[in-house]
Design a protein around this ligand. Structure first.
Ligand code: GDP
Ligand code: MG
Length: 560
């Protein structure tokens, strides 16, 4: 395909401003999908995306578009909107020359509109502002155009007004893509050079790598090498995404597509790696800075016999989401598991949900924590850790106060952009704001442990600021009391700092007899109840002699 008739672009926006809906319309208009009622958010393939109505994973689709008697190849990359997933956004952008920046005609510019604008601006991409939802009664496109002019310095004449829902002016969007976004600069005469910008794992075929070709071409059967890892593979299959995979014989400079090349190990497909032809090495493309985990949590199988199956699932899912970090972990109480690092809490929830839905796994997740640092005092400990300053990502391993000179906590520099009248709501907005690392600062931290009838519940161990220790201890004990059903004996729920108990709740004894409810001889009903109870037990974990429902941990930790 001639490079000057290729356009690689992405859609970026604040959440719910209509990226996926616009993507659907673009797919329909170019005939990539049929125009039916059922085709909603076609690029949101994951169950978790459909359920939550959010895009988690960037998807790619190649569209053919007729413009002034010529056929153009438009490669569209849909991106997630939430700040937790901005890593996916920057990855997608590196394969593009331009973006459609969608702004809701009613809501105007929002936090993620600004954050995404900067990602595109820094990548020096052509930005086409698209004002969406002009069909809404309260739509005020004039005001939004002024905002765009004022905040982004883009003349209002450059804005396109559309309704993605009803298809109004969507054709104009495609025309503007062709007119304004430059074609990629890749040349077919150059040696093959491709950026591996995304990958998915297929249960049967192994790693499916999404690539953008920055030069040359690649043919089925070619032997390719990953510059970063220096591993060689043979291309078994390649093709374009329309949005489903459509195999072709060759991919050319400027194109975006997929290759399957016998990458079996999850670590083989390093996002950001450069691919070249065997014996024709090229200067690698500048790599990505790896995603930095902000939140860590321990994860264990509910049953150790499921460890191997879960390990495979985690490895595969982590391949689909290279922003998750995985480290093996062991807990006395829970056995073998992992310490996982996430970009944020939403990211963590989505990862767990995907494990459960796509891999049928049931897991226990411990309290999420940020990575703290401790400056060690005792030479013995320093020798043990081989370091003076240690980073702790597991609260259970938090060194005692007597062993450290000081604790430090990570700080972030957050940017809040909001009109004056919303100052009061800024605190809640903070969760959505863009942020970047701002190093570590001295902090007075305390480790709180929770005990059930004297047995510590390791997964609940929490590190908090000194002045919040009592309130946190009390609140978590109360929530534990709510989340653990009464049992045949009394249960003491305690929060402790070292050996000092700082809060206590009591769960009174109770004989749980569900059968008492059904008199008479309805045996099937009894069987059903017994079965339900047995299933419930599977979701329980024994701590000492206390049965704790698996979701109690989530409940206790969630409602902070
Ligand atoms: P995304 O989070 O940016 O991908 O947003 P979606 O495409 O999922 O859209 C969010 C919501 O806005 C959905 O309920 C859409 O039906 C709705 N929506 C999208 N475009 C329009 C539009 O042009 N007009 C109206 N009225 N609703 C729209
Ligand atoms: Mg979406």
């Amino acid at each position: 395909f001639p490079v000057d008739r290729i356009r690689n672009f992405s859609i970026i926006a604040h959440i719910d401003h209509g990226k996926s809906t616009l993507a659907d319309r673009l797919l329909e208009m170019t005939g990539a999908i049929a125009k039916t009622e059922r085709n909603k958010q076609v690029l949101d393939k994951l169950q978790v995306e459909r359920e939550r109505g959010i895009t988690v994973k960037a998807q790619t689709a190649s569209l053919f578009y007729q413009h002034r008697g010529q056929t153009y190849l438009l490669n569209l990359i849909d991106t997630p909107g939430h700040v937790d997933f901005s890593y996916e956004v920057s990855r997608s952008l590196s394969a593009c020359q331009g973006v459609l920046l969608i702004v809701d005609a009613n809501q105007g510019i929002q936090a993620q509109t600004v954050a995404n604008f900067y990602l595109a601006f820094e990548a020096q991409l052509t930005i086409i502002p698209v004002i969406n939802k002009i069909d809404l009664k309260n739509a005020d496109p004039d005001r939004v155009e002024k905002q765009i002019e004022k905040i982004f310095d883009i003349p209002k004449e450059e804005c396109v007004r559309i309704s993605a829902k009803f298809g109004t002016n969507v054709d104009q969007v495609l025309q503007e893509v062709v007119k304004r976004i430059p074609p990629p600069t890749a040349k077919v005469e150059e040696p093959f050079k491709a950026l591996l910008f995304d990958s998915t794992f297929d249960h049967y075929r192994g790693v499916v790598a999404n690539i953008a070709l920055f030069g040359g071409y690649v043919t089925k059967g070619d032997r390719i090498v990953s510059a970063h890892l220096g591993k060689m593979y043979e291309v078994n299959e390649l093709g374009v995404l329309r949005p489903d995979e459509q195999p072709t014989e060759r991919l050319y400079a400027g194109q975006v597509g997929y290759v399957i090349a016998g990458m079996k190990d999850v670590k083989d497909a390093q996002i950001g790696d450069t691919l070249y032809l065997h014996k024709h090495p090229v200067e690698p493309l500048p790599g990505f800075s790896p995603a930095k985990s902000m939140v860590f949590a321990g994860m264990y199988p509910t049953d150790q016999s499921e460890y191997t199956a879960l390990r495979r699932a985690v490895e595969k899912l982590a391949l689909n989401d290279s922003s998750v970090t995985v480290q093996r972990d062991n807990s006395l109480a829970l056995g073998a598991g992992w310490r996982l690092g996430f970009l944020g809490l939403l990211h963590m929830e989505v990862f767990i949900q995907r494990l459960e839905q796509e891999y049928n796994a049931t897991v226990i997740i411990t309290a999420p924590t940020v990575p703290y640092k401790a400056v060690l005092a005792s030479p013995k400990l320093i020798k043990e850790y081989r370091e003076e300053v240690v980073t702790i990502i597991n609260p259970a391993q938090f060194p005692e106060k007597s062993q450290v000179v000081e604790y430090q906590e990570p700080m972030v520099m957050g940017t809040i952009i909001a009109p004056d009248e919303f100052t009061g709501k800024i605190m809640s907005l903070c969760l959505l704001c863009n942020r970047h690392d701002a190093g570590y600062q001295l902090a007075e931290l305390i480790k709180i442990e929770f005990l059930l009838n004297g047995k510590p519940v390791e997964e609940l161990t929490t590190v908090v600021h000194k002045d919040r220790a009592y309130s946190t201890g009390k609140a978590m004990c109360e929530r534990l009391k709510e989340s653990i059903p009464r049992q045949m004996f009394e249960i003491a729920v305690q929060a402790a700092i070292g050996s000092k108990v700082i809060a206590r709740e009591t769960i009174k004894a109770y004989r749980k007899n569900v059968l008492a409810k059904c008199y008479g001889g309805d045996i099937t009903r009894k069987m059903k109840l017994l079965k339900k109870q047995a299933e419930g037990k599977k979701r329980m974990r024994l701590i000492g002699n206390v049965e704790v429902p698996k979701d109690a941990f989530m409940n206790v930790l969630k409602r902070k």
